[in-house]
Design a protein around this ligand. Structure first.
Ligand code: AMP
Length: 133
């Protein structure tokens, strides 16, 4: 059982901000910025690829509701929505979740995407991906 199932079953405490029959949202214990919240399905799926589409749609709507509430109250200047899949991508809890990360001008987060030096054949890569869709 993951730590999130224990939170859902009220076996361990959490600061819950929203709940409905399918989803729960609670403050991330690490608070990388003020109001950092996790949006979590009540039923456990390990990652994005295992999530049913309708539940995924519901969770993104819950993430939007939470973001609206944070926007009204703490007045961030923006948000990152983040979802880590796999250990290599930084996933530590293997129960799907969306991080809602409010961004403030004075926060100390530095999120940057650096492009690699190798040059990829973008035409070929796009063809490979689109042929699998
Ligand atoms: P990830 O690394 O994307 O799998 O995110 C897992 C997140 O769960 C981390 O940001 C942790 O800080 C958070 N977390 C772990 N345990 C708890 C807990 N008991 N209550 C709230 N958040 C937690």
């Amino acid at each position: 059982m993951t730590i999130f199932e224990k939170i859902i079953q009220r076996e361990i405490p959490a600061h819950i901000v929203y709940e409905d029959h399918l989803a729960i949202a609670f403050l991330d214990i690490s608070q990388i910025s003020k109001g950092h919240t996790l949006v979590v399905p009540k039923k456990s799926y390990p990652n994005l690829l295992s999530m049913p589409d309708d539940l995924l749609q519901h969770l993104i709507v819950v993430a939007k509701k939470v973001a609206h509430a944070i926007e009204k109250t703490f007045k961030p200047e923006g948000f990152n929505l983040l979802n880590n899949n796999g250990e290599i991508a930084g996933q530590t809890v293997f129960h799907f979740h969306i991080h809602v990360v409010p961004r403030y001008s004075k926060d100390e987060l530095h999120y940057q995407v650096n492009s690699r030096k190798e040059k990829d054949d973008l035409k070929l890569i796009a063809e490979v991906i689109s042929s699998a869709l």
